[in-house]
Design a protein around this ligand. Sequence first.
Ligand SMILES: [Zn+2]
Ligand SMILES: [Zn+2]
Length: 223
Amino acid sequence: MLIDPHTHSNEISLCSRISLNDIVDVKKQAGYGGIVITNHCQPWYYVQNEHAEFMKKFVNVYKDGKKYADTVGFKVMLGIEVSINEPLYTDWLIYGLSEKDLLSSPCLYMLNQKELFEFCESCGAILVQAHPFRGEMRPLDPEYMRGVEVNCQPNDLKRKDDVIAFAKQNGLLLTSGVDYHGREMTMFCGMEVPDDTETSADFAKCLKEGKAKLFIDGKVLEI
Ligand SMILES: [Zn+2]
Ligand SMILES: [Zn+2]
């Protein structure tokens, strides 16, 4: 089964131009079996003391999307993309947090890399640095992450070999995803996972066990 583990829907992500139900329809049509919905958690979305309220909405959007996806035989899994400022501005994908973990989480964008990593580890979740060579971003301390992402946006994909080299040097996992924000993003990329992958915790387990393969431009990338 092919999944796109990096997608944004416009009920939460202000930069997205497509609803979660429409992502389900478009991705199913394109040949995917599922997605991880990784909506943004960013400092400019809400103030710190509104985190719990924001997370309620965040989880409800996922639940509504999953309910629809279940009726059409498509998998929607719960992820998140958190932007932090310490030690540098960077974006982080998290796989394997439950609804409960998110609803009881501290304000995630306030954490630094090490704190975010420790929170993820305490929940059995995997912290992955998203598009680590985008713009001014660079891969941060490999000690406090589980993986790095080969992002399939054109400029990020040019740095594929650098991302893979960084992962190899540091014993990190690799993911790949589209960073889907709208219908024009037709690149056929993601991860090939076992058919029984149902939740983002299952996906995290596949990653740890080496059962998820990078899928870039229509084929599995053997590494
Ligand atoms: Zn975005
Ligand atoms: Zn993203």
